[in-house]
Design a protein around this ligand. Structure first.
Ligand code: ZN
Length: 72
C-alpha cells in the first residue's frame, strides 16, 4: 500500500495517508484543510547506494565492502 506522510500547512499536524492516485486531494484529519505537504520518505534518500552497482555509495569503490572510506 502506498502510504505517505503529510504535514498540514494550516495546523502543523503530521499524519499518514494512503494515496492511490497522484492527484488525490489530501485532507488534514485534524482541521480538514486540503493544504497538506507530502514529506519525503527516508528510504527514498538512503536507498541510492544499492542501485549504483554494489559499490560504496560514498566514494564509488567497486568492492562490496569499501575499505577506503568505511562505507558498505
Ligand atoms: Zn490541519
Amino acid at each position: 500500500m502506498p502510504t505517505f506522510e503529510f504535514l498540514c500547512e494550516d495546523c502543523g499536524r503530521e499524519f499518514e495517508e494512503l494515496v492511490f492516485r497522484r492527484d488525490e486531494v489530501i485532507e488534514c484529519p485534524a482541521c480538514g484543510s486540503d493544504r497538506a505537504t507530502k514529506l519525503m520518505s527516508a528510504f527514498a534518500v538512503t536507498g541510492d547506494s544499492r542501485l549504483s552497482g554494489g559499490g560504496c555509495g560514498s566514494c564509488k569503490a567497486s568492492a562490496s565492502k569499501c575499505g577506503g572510506c568505511g562505507g558498505k
